[in-house]
Ligand binder design. Sequence first.
Ligand SMILES: O=C(O)COP(=O)(O)O
Ligand SMILES: [Mg+2]
Length: 227
Amino acid sequence: MIKLVLTDVDGTLTTDRDTYEIDLDAIEILRLLEKRGVKVGLVSGNSYPVLRGLYTYFNFHGGLVAENGCVVYYNNNMVKVCEEIDKNLALEFEREFKVRNSWQNEFKYCDLSFTPPLLPENMISWAKERNLYIKTSGYAIHISRSLSGKGIGVRKLIELHGLDKSEVLGIGDSNTDIEFLQEVGFKVVVGNGDKEVKKIADYITFNKSGKGVVEIITKLLRGEING
Ligand SMILES: O=C(O)COP(=O)(O)O
Ligand SMILES: [Mg+2]
């Protein structure tokens, strides 16, 4: 039985993959799910302060994973599970590829992000040479020292809940969600998600982003998903 639903934010809880506009129907149905006893948590590449704010005001209780797996928060405890990144790397990356530092980098410890979200081969080789994780979420390019991405934080959060992965349903949209979804029992990808992450999905929604969340949570509430 599913006891925890973890959801990505950008591209998943938004109305589409090219906007920051939160889909309010998705938030409403996730709140209803919590009323029925299933906790909801956030798993994202965003910084801890941004996610903690969203989490508080969404009124979710399943905890959160920030910075693509590096920061975990549950029940008033915040833990960093990755090695900190040297912020000079941001300057080097910015100069080398003429990208823009995210305004959130100032508030980050382990994972740095840059725009535009395009990831050419030479960036991948740059990261490989330095043994760094590099991926694009469709919103930003992310670099960190943790090669396991969102997976390490998700594993920790599930452990803090004392749950088995079979009791967790995860929803995502991009290739940065591959490591996340590998850690949960039931993997959902929204209809407009990346091709590669769709390959590991147990369920691909017919609808895009937030309306895809509404679709899968409706099924869960109806008892149509057996984790
Ligand atoms: O931080 C990003 O680039 C995207 O965030 P996400 O992990 O919630 O999609
Ligand atoms: Mg996303």
